[in-house]
Write a protein that binds this ligand. Structure first.
Ligand code: SF4
Ligand code: SF4
Length: 364
């Protein structure tokens, strides 16, 4: 007689109950700078763009929660004369983040809760053909209560502004989700520093032209590789010979080797964003002036401001702030978060200086 088959394999570990507080404490202990939790049901109900749904249920029917971790990009790289240090730091940050996420997933699985990590930088070819992952990590971050989207639709965290990378750990564990931040973290149109700094004019009104951004941020990315080989195929022999030893081909090789140049190449909108104490402490000086700012960009920022006012008054349509998209920008609008943060930062700085002066006085 055949032995009845159990639904659970005999060697499956008994699941240990784990709550959200434990998961967050472990993520931080493993090295995550920020951690939040989003409900898979909410993510399934609110895909960033329902025409091309980036939802957990398309990946796994068993996913109940997504643990979102963020890793900050050290601020020193944004104080340099060239973009290269940020590009290399990006790669190190991504490697660290993947390790933290992997270890957390492994711990959950060892406790009996199947879990896995999504690739944070990937494109799902069947959905779209440019920087469109199976999940949108910045939207995951918003749903997990880590920040809101900015004018250039980067996620802005109150702690580190947009100078972060995020990834998601999909788990079958049901965890209490975090609440979304409904206050707009981004200062908005009256700031527009990201727009002023953008060398590719890619910053739209609560949106981005990925195609234009890629010309700077993915200097040696997929579109550039495809374009290079199209030109190579049509070139005469002498030109081909020159192309084989060109800077472009070297850039592609370096991109394969270290990912440097493939994406995240342009740090300008990250460097100038005044959200986060890392900005107040180390970037407010070196990034105060924006050399790329032109009268045309300033005029565009004024137009965005006028359009926003008209939109709020119930007039003009503004796709970036549609009823659907507003969820990720912050329904309550900007209420002075950055100004409050700056005041608190300066007060803490004064206290520190007074304490140091008092300590120095005691020593003399
Ligand atoms: S990464 Fe660079 S090119 Fe892309 S939007 Fe930001 S500033 Fe513009
Ligand atoms: S630079 Fe200003 S407008 Fe742009 S995302 Fe940051 S706060 Fe928002």
């Amino acid at each position: 007689m055949a032995t009845p088959r159990s639904a659970v394999p005999p060697d499956a570990p008994r699941a240990v109950p784990i709550d959200a507080a434990h998961v967050k404490a472990r993520a931080r202990a493993l090295g995550a700078d920020l951690v939040g939790i989003a409900s898979a049901a909410t993510l399934n109900a609110f895909p960033p763009d329902p025409r091309w749904p980036q939802t957990p249920e398309r990946i796994s029917p068993y996913c109940r929660s997504v643990i979102v971790i963020a890793q900050r990009i050290p601020v020193g790289a944004f104080r340099c004369r060239t973009n290269t240090p940020v590009q290399y730091m990006d790669m190190l940050v991504l490697r660290k983040m993947d390790k933290v996420a992997y270890r957390l997933a492994a711990e959950l699985e060892a406790a009996g809760h199947p879990s896995f990590v999504t690739a944070s930088q990937e494109t799902e070819w069947t959905l779209k053909r440019a920087s469109y992952g199976r999940l949108s990590t910045r939207h995951l971050g918003v749903e997990a209560g880590l920040g809101t989207l900015g004018l250039e639709v980067n996620i802005l965290t109150p702690e580190f502004g947009p100078r972060v990378y995020l990834t998601g750990i999909l788990t079958e564990l049901e965890l209490e989700p975090d609440r979304r931040i409904t206050e707009q973290v981004c200062i908005g149109e009256s700031c527009s520093r990201c727009l002023h700094s953008c060398p590719a004019d890619a910053v739209l009104h609560w949106g981005i032209s990925k195609r234009d951004c890629a010309t700077e941020a993915q200097e040696f990315g997929f579109a550039q590789i495809a374009g290079f080989f199209e030109r190579f195929i049509d070139a005469d022999p002498a030109t081909r010979q020159a192309m084989v030893v060109s800077r472009d081909l070297f850039g592609f090789w370096q991109g394969l080797l270290r990912v440097v140049g493939s994406f995240g190449d342009c740090p300008r909108c990250l460097a100038v964003c005044p959200v986060g104490n890392d900005y107040h402490a180390h970037l407010a000086g070196p990034q105060k002036e924006i050399p790329e700012k032109t009268p045309e960009k300033a005029a565009l920022a004024r137009k965005y401001k006028a359009d926003r006012a008209a939109h709020e008054a119930g007039g003009a349509d503004l796709p970036g702030l549609s009823e659907w998209n507003r969820r990720w920008v912050g329904e309550d609008g900007y209420q002075g978060m950055v100004a409050r943060q700056l005041q608190a930062f300066k007060a803490a700085q004064r206290e520190r200086e007074a304490a140091l002066a008092a300590a120095a006085g005691k020593e003399t």
